[in-house]
Every structure is written in C-alpha cells, then in structure tokens.
Design a protein around this ligand. Structure first.
Ligand SMILES: [Zn+2]
Ligand SMILES: [Zn+2]
Length: 382
C-alpha cells in the first residue's frame, strides 16, 4: 500500500484538522454509494480510511512514522491486528462524519433497519517480566466481558418473540430535528430518542439478560506479546471487547502492558545497564567475572587497571528491539569497592601498599568526561 500521507495528499507535518479535511474530501469522492458500488472505489475508500484511521491517532501515527505500515501489523500500538476491512472503513466514516446534517441521505441506506451499535472497548493491564520482553510470549488472561446472551442470541427479545421496528423513527434509528435560527431552518439528524438509535423496540425482554442481549461472563483470552515491548506499548485484540447491545459487533480488547522492574538492571530501550562491584585487586590486576543477563549469566573480562565508573559493553546481551532484528547490549558499569572492615592481615598489606604505591594522578585520564556523558556515549548503538 502506498504511503499514508501521499494517499491522503498531505505533508508529513499535517495537523489534525488538515488530516480530517483531506480524508473527508477523498472519502466523499470515493464512497461506494457515489460510485455505483464500484470495486475500485471500494478498495480506494478502504485504503484512504485506513490511512486516516492511523494518522488521526497520535499513538498509531508515531508508530507509523517510525516503523511504517509494517510496525502496525499485529503489533502493539496498532489497531489493525485482525486486519482492516471495508465494513470497518464504513464504520470509521460513519463515526466521524455520519451524523453531520446533509450526509444523512447519502448514507441513509446503510443505517436503515437501525444503527446497531458496536460494543465498548475493554482495557486490561498485563504485567510481564523482562524474560518475556526478551523472548516474546503467549499469555492467557481472564477478562470480565459482556458477551452475547445465548438465550436470545443477542437480540434482547424473549425467545419466540422478536424486536419490532421502532414506530417513532420507522426503524431507521434516526430522527430529523428542525431548528429555527436566524439563518433560517436547519435540519439535523440525531439518534432516535425512543429506541436510542437502535431502530427497534424490544417488547418482551429476554428474562436472562433483561433485554440487553448481553451477559457479563468470565472469558479467557490469549495474548501474543512480541519481543522488545515496553510499558508504553499496548496490544489491540479486535472484536475481543464487549459485545454490542442488541447484537452489535463486539468492541476491541486493549491490553496495556506493564513491564515489571528488574532491580538488577536499568533499561534504556533495548540496552540494559548493570553495575558490577569489583575489589581493588580485581580492578588493578584484571579479572574474569560473571554478570547476570536476562536469561542467565555471561562472562565479562575486566582488564587490568580499570577505573571505577568505566562501562564495558557486552554486545547482543541486552533486549531485542521491537519490530527490529537487532538485540541491544548489556553495559556493565565497574564500581571499585573499597573495603570497610580491615582484618589485621589486610591492614598490614594496605599499610605496606601505601609505602610503595605511586601517588594518584591529579586528574583521571578521561576525567573531563562525567559518568553520564559516558553512559550516553555507550548507549548510542555502535
Ligand atoms: Zn437474552
Ligand atoms: Zn426509533
């Protein structure tokens, strides 16, 4: 698919209003109702609506700007895990423009028989550990969700009866309201007050769901977590949210990810920082030491004469990048430990050392660089 910005004929810096305007103009031009249901128009309408739906949402737009369309495919931060089809496109258009006076006629045929409302989005939090960030994971979560009532099959009507078309709006679910103003008469379209836009009235409600067509149930849902996620990411499972009232399409389930703190590491994107205390002799003579990694341990060679605060980089021992194939690094910060309780033997050795050691230099070799500027340098992938 072409670039979302060029599909809408706008620049990459377009603001929210400009995006909306550009989309509305194109959507009216390519709407299938204006093109005798042409397949080509339908495809184009779907394309521009998908572009609009991404660019109007600052989060999705940021993902798109960074990773392109690929970044939105079944990944956190996207809404299109289950694909974006033509009926979604119609729904988006109706949602943002369907209620404006003047378009009622154009789209009247789609709302005939009542506008069945989509169910609500359900949001849940999911805690995951760094190991799951490393490998990705499939988790089963329990959610309390409004599900279609099986007794009435979602209609809300007692079995053996069925909802009747609303007399007030003739089943369209819409009411035209005429306002008088200094500009003259204005007509607007609103959801019908009697049937609340559903176009139908349930006269004998289903006893099990009291006419709502839905019941609260506990459900298990599987969530695929891709490697490299952060607590900023969320996963949208289309159609796994609450069922719509009166048999409407279900809403989405949004899983907000929370990556648990691992007190051993400081995380910066795909890189991890670990602080390794070493003794004075290890720092002076060098040593082969072990450090923890997310999945186990790794060996680190401390070169002789290392200074406190120096960072050693273990390439590829960090976390994977989201949507990328590169793995970050584990940065090991050396901290020289000064003994606090001296045994008589150690005291003797250190006293002897004082007699033979050279005085410390006035400045450390790279003393002009502070610790944080060195961290910054190390975090820049090289
Ligand atoms: Zn029912
Ligand atoms: Zn009505």
């Amino acid at each position: 698919m072409a670039d979302y910005y060029s599909l809408l004929g706008i620049g990459r810096d377009a603001g929210a209003e400009e995006i909306k305007k550009a989309y509305r103009r194109l959507a009216l031009q390519h709407h299938p109702d204006r093109n005798q249901g042409s397949k080509e128009a339908e495809a184009r309408f779907k394309e521009i609506t998908e572009a609009y739906e991404v660019l109007r949402d600052p989060d999705k737009r940021a993902v798109y700007d960074r990773y392109g369309e690929q970044g939105l495919k079944g990944q956190p931060g996207a809404g299109f895990g289950g694909g974006f089809d033509f009926s979604d496109a119609i729904e988006v258009f109706m949602r943002d423009f369907g209620g404006f006076g003047g378009f009622g006629d154009l789209f009247g045929q789609r709302s005939r028989g009542g506008r069945v409302r989509k169910g609500q989005t359900l949001k849940v939090r999911l805690q995951i550990g760094l190991k799951e960030v490393l490998t990705g994971a499939t988790r089963t979560i329990r959610v309390k969700v409004l599900d279609t009532c099986e007794t009435c099959d979602g209609s809300g009507a007692e079995p053996g009866t069925s909802p009747t078309p609303c007399g007030q709006c003739g089943g369209s679910g819409e009411e035209r309201v005429v306002h008088n103003s200094i500009m003259g008469q204005m007509v607007s379209v609103q959801p019908c007050r009697r049937c609340h836009g559903e176009g139908r009235i349930v006269e004998s409600p289903c006893p099990r769901c009291n006419g709502d067509g839905r019941l609260r149930v506990d459900k298990e849902v599987q969530v695929e977590i891709p490697p490299g996620v952060t607590s900023e990411n969320y996963i949208t499972l289309r159609g796994k949210g609450h069922a719509g009232p009166g048999g409407g399409r279900p809403g989405d389930l949004v899983v907000l990810l929370e990556v648990e703190e691992d007190e051993r590491f400081i995380r910066d994107g795909a890189n991890l920082l670990y602080e390794l205390p070493v003794t004075f002799s290890q720092a002076a003579l060098g040593a082969e030491l072990e450090v923890p990694t997310v999945e186990g341990t790794a060996k680190v060679t401390v070169p002789p004469g290392i200074q406190s605060g120096v960072l050693l980089r273990l390439r590829g021992q960090g976390l994977p990048e989201l949507h990328g194939d590169r793995r970050g690094d584990l940065l090991v910060r050396i901290l020289v430990y000064t003994p606090q309780k001296l045994s008589p033997e150690l005291r003797e050795l250190l006293t002897r050392l004082r007699e033979v050691e050279e005085p410390a230099p006035e400045r450390m070799e790279d003393g002009k660089k502070g610790f944080w500027s060195r961290v910054k340098e190390a975090f820049i992938p090289g």
